[in-house]
Design a protein around this ligand. Structure first.
Ligand code: ADP
Length: 462
């Protein structure tokens, strides 16, 4: 519960609301409070000045007497909501907005405002210096409580509003949390469920990835990861099935021969032993290729890189196929520039790539065909091409030929001893060197396999 998304969201919302309200409240009480207090004092002063003026004015037009002022003061008290007391110059209460103690001496410690007789020509202004001498009484506004708690009331009201506002905001946050957390957590839950099913081996599971934003991106990334896992799993299953299938043929051939020998149907003569030997050789090569491929695919191939002249490796590879080519009546030749920059290569692996490509070319090129191995500099790479004038590969097969065990003509290739792994291994080895391999082919005209290897970094840097 504490770790649930819903709870954390709610906690975050409530915290944000509390911090916001707390900050506003502190701001209001600290800053606005003093502003309001100033405003309050000014308003009070204005009101006192008004009352002071009215009373002095009343006194002067009432024949210098306070008679009848009680009614006016009562009225003022009610209108202003204040307690007003007026005494004459001797301190006797002449008016009290609360109506009591009239005619009595007023005893108070509250500060009073002296009332002066206004000078006739300038009524309405501040008392003149001459009239200041004539004190006609004292005015007390709210004598018990020097100032009404207007400001405090206002601050209290604001705080109350903030409190209720906060509570309302928290209630809204609760609803929002429910809605939001459901919207956020439902794709997360879907992801968790799908991940679990994937983990249990159901690789067809995907999550809905509609819409935009981080969740949709996460769902898309998850789905593409699931695609990869499913493809890898299929490849793994295919590899096991294909490997069993590939091993079965030479094994059943061997078994057939051995049973025939056992049943005295075939004699264990040189020809039979030769056939047995060929089947075992085929098996060995298949197992070797498989091991090589497994290593390359697990990126565990230890390449012994050295800056080398690739033309030397090419020439050697061609020499090793020359007699085979002559036997088949094929012209096998090289087309190499006089000088090529050194490459960072593992020469044994490059020889293996060339071996696989030339061996394919020899196998698929008929009598009087040509095979040319060329190399040229291209940017930061050396480009090596094995071109033949052989049978070529149909366009629809081209995307597949680098796949494991893929053969254009399965029956024929098996007879010629191909494991269907040669190009796959070549591709992995080229990639391990940081290069690329590609093919162009036209049925009946021939094929061109091209791979690149990087020019030695020492040369590029210098
Ligand atoms: P294999 O061991 O069968 O040669 P590869 O992976 O080397 O396996 O090649 C895969 C398939 O690609 C071959 O079976 C063949 O059909 C086709 N292929 C490869 N090289 C050539 C080529 N030079 N000319 C025509 N077809 C080729």
């Amino acid at each position: 519960m504490i770790h649930s998304l819903q709870f954390r969201l709610l906690l975050a919302f409530v915290l944000v609301i509390l911090v916001a309200i707390g900050t506003v409240s502190i701001f209001v009480v600290r800053n606005t409070g003093s502003e309001l207090e100033q405003f309050d004092i000014r308003a009070e002063q204005n009101q006192a000045a008004r009352t002071e003026f009215l009373l002095s004015y009343y006194y002067s037009i009432n024949n210098m007497s306070w008679d009848g002022v009680q009614t006016i003061v009562e009225q003022m008290g009610t209108t202003e909501g204040q307690h007003i007391v007026v005494t004459d110059a001797t301190g006797i209460i002449v008016a009290n907005s609360q109506g009591n103690s009239l005619g009595k001496q007023y005893h108070t410690t509250a500060p009073g405002i002296k009332l002066f007789l206004p000078s006739p020509p300038s009524w309405g202004g501040r008392p003149t210096s001459s009239s200041q001498e004539t004190v006609i009484g004292t005015l007390y506004i709210n004598p018990e409580n020097a100032r009404p708690a207007l400001t405090k009331n206002l601050a209290d009201t604001i705080n109350r509003f903030l409190l209720w506002g906060g509570l309302l905001a928290i209630a809204i946050a609760l609803v929002l949390t429910l809605v939001l957390s459901r919207r956020i957590s439902s794709p997360v839950r879907a992801l968790t469920m799908t991940a679990r099913k994937l983990g249990q081996g159901d690789f067809s599971q995907r999550v809905p990835s509609k819409g935009k934003g981080e969740m949709a991106e996460l769902a898309q990334a998850f789905n593409s990861m699931a695609d990869d896992i499913e493809r890898d799993e299929k490849l793994r299953q295919n590899l096991v099935a294909d490997t069993a299938h590939e091993l079965r043929t030479p094994l059943s051939n061997l078994r057939g021969y051995l049973e025939a020998i056992k049943d005295d149907v075939v004699k264990p003569d040189a020809t039979t032993i030769n056939s047995l030997y060929e089947e075992v050789t085929l098996l060995t090569r298949l197992v070797d290729d498989l091991q090589e491929l497994a290593l390359a695919e697990a990126s565990e191939l230890k390449l012994v890189m050295q800056a080398e002249d690739i033309t030397g490796v090419i020439k050697q590879a061609v020499v090793s196929f020359q007699s085979q080519a002559v036997d088949k009546g094929i012209s096998l030749r090289t087309d190499l520039p006089d000088k090529l920059p050194l490459c960072d290569i593992d020469s044994q692996r490059i020889a293996q790539i060339l071996h696989n490509l030339i061996s394919n070319a020899v196998t698929h090129t008929p009598r009087e065909g040509n095979i040319t191995i060329s190399a040229r500099e291209s940017g930061n790479h050396i480009e090596v091409t094995v071109a033949d004038t052989g049978e070529g590969i149909p366009a629809e097969e081209l995307p597949n030929i680098f796949e494991r065990f893929y053969r254009v003509d399965r029956s024929r290739s098996r007879r010629t001893g191909g494991s269907g792994l040669g190009l796959t291994i070549a591709k992995r080895l080229v990639e391990a060197h940081g290069g690329k391999i590609s093919v162009q082919s036209e049925p009946g005209k021939g094929s061109r396999f091209t791979f690149t290897v990087p020019i030695s970094s020492d040369l590029i840097n210098s």
